[in-house]
Design a protein around this ligand. Sequence first.
Ligand SMILES: Cc1cc2nc3c(=O)[nH]c(=O)nc-3n(C[C@H](O)[C@H](O)[C@H](O)COP(=O)(O)OP(=O)(O)OC[C@H]3O[C@@H](n4cnc5c(N)ncnc54)[C@H](O)[C@@H]3O)c2cc1C
Length: 582
Amino acid sequence: MKGFQIFNRASTAITNRATPSKLLIVLTFGAAGGAFLAISDDSPFRSLTAGESGNDGGKKKKLVVLGTGWGGTTFLKNLKTSAYDVHVVSPHNYFTFTPLLPSVTNGTVEARSIVEPIRNIVRNKPYNVEFKEAECYRIDPVNKKVYCRSIQNLGHGENEFALDYDVLVIAMGARVNTFNTPGVEEHAHFLKEVDDAQKLRRSIIDCYERASLPTISDEEKKRIMHFVVVGGGPTGVEYAAELHDFASQDLASLYPSLKDYLKITLLEAGNHILPMFHKKVTDFANEKFQKDQIDVKTGSMVVKVSDKDISTKNRATGQIEAIPYGVVLWSTGIATRPVIAEFMEKIGQAGKRVMATDEWLKVQGCDDVYALGDCASIAQRKALEDAAAIMKTVDKNNAGAVDVGDFKEFVKDIYERYPQVRKYLEKNKLKNFESLLRNAQGDSQKKIDIEALKKALSEVDSQVSFLPPTAQVASQQGKYLAACFNKAGRCEMKPEGPFRFQESGGRYPFHPFSYKHSGQFAPLGGEQAAVQFPGDWVSIGHASQGLWYTVYASKLVTWRTKVLVVSDWFRRFTFGRDSSHL
Ligand SMILES: Cc1cc2nc3c(=O)[nH]c(=O)nc-3n(C[C@H](O)[C@H](O)[C@H](O)COP(=O)(O)OP(=O)(O)OC[C@H]3O[C@@H](n4cnc5c(N)ncnc54)[C@H](O)[C@@H]3O)c2cc1C
């Protein structure tokens, strides 16, 4: 928890131990009348504060942002400070509204309608910004450099360049997880990028046209017209539903002779499709797919993909079956990008499933580097590990035991620093932290000592959960991090975060990131969708699909994309989807 300790050190330095030898605080009033603070080398916040108002020896800090997806773009949109020269690196010079990618695979929505050039998005921002269409292939945290490669095929020596950074924001997302299944990279389609959706659209029409040729045998037609989706998560399910709609509503009348050859199969290794949804949603999706003749095979693990067959292993019987297919979509979750895995090794995070940040999105074991979205995960501090520190803070007189009421002053901070505590109280229907302490103590007259506190906290960490890799999480993190950058100077002087129990005294400058879930959709085709709101309130049917249209139209990042997508929907309702082989 090096990053965490550094946060502590910085805040402690400001609030408690401001000795001249260790800390240089410069309080100045800028042209706009705003105060700013520059602090010494041992603070992780120096990069967020020094240079504000352009007053760091006249040189602004260099902020490098890797990635223009949900996390990176939301961060850039919300960054309002002019304290940095911002450099953005991404192999795509646009932002993609990923929830509508499945609609691009069948032409319900056109590819250009769901993307927005990043230069449009950052135009008129208060900071200087430069964009480089390139991919980062190495991060050097020691020399504070990122190494990049242009995606254009330029001459020798012109493809690669390096950028120094003072602060780095990594928002590079993740790659598709193939689980090293042989043949997947070579033969399966993915659905992560706009290119993938366009390729998939072409491949489906390819199959229809190929199967229409007179030279194709019946058996071959059956193979070509078999579309297989691997993965019963929201993307796989939505794609299967979109494909069924395209085939039944548009292609069936254009290719009447192929109607009886069409088969859609959904393979899922687990026992259910849509496992993250309420059982009502899973049951409805199963029934709907049965009616639509989408063959859902649960307990089927794909073990190999060749150019014509996909081999599955039945998890119950161990039986291997080779299924001939025309197109296979692989949608089985995400994995860490190689550049991030290499970076993790350098910063002592080798072997971790995903790059860990602290609750403020600062990468653990590395200064001045923040990460958000699918490429990272927050490692929530365990409450039990801090029991002694909490006790020491509450027990001001060093008596060894305190009254339950003595915790009152710190309860809000405990809830904020360890959100699992509140979740545990809710789950166990306990009124408040006091009730938890009293339960652990057993005797209401007795004082609380460290053992009683440990007992009270012994179960709460079971409620620590990981945030899902979704656009909702990435965009909220982007907004949160930008807000921290914007108010860094103010929060250094007037910290707003919770109390620091580990190094008792002072507060964290910022509130930790806190995710607010606003529900999730599962479009199921035929103008029906399921929506699950927080508290497991579920709604399924045509009204939910109406809500899906409204929410997604409103979430599109610019007015241009909103207008394009809504007009695509009208075009589709009026003229159907386009089956041209472009
Ligand atoms: C088909 C589909 C449908 C989805 N639907 C939903 C939904 O309905 N709701 C929801 O909440 N979530 C949805 N998601 C998940 C959501 O898209 C992701 O969780 C979200 O995109 C994560 O944001 P991110 O910024 O971490 O990564 P991304 O949005 O993936 O962005 C990563 C960025 O990094 C760039 N990049 C990649 N490699 C490099 C490199 N080497 N150097 C520099 N830059 C690089 C990429 O070009 C991209 O700009 C969906 C995902 C998919 C694929």
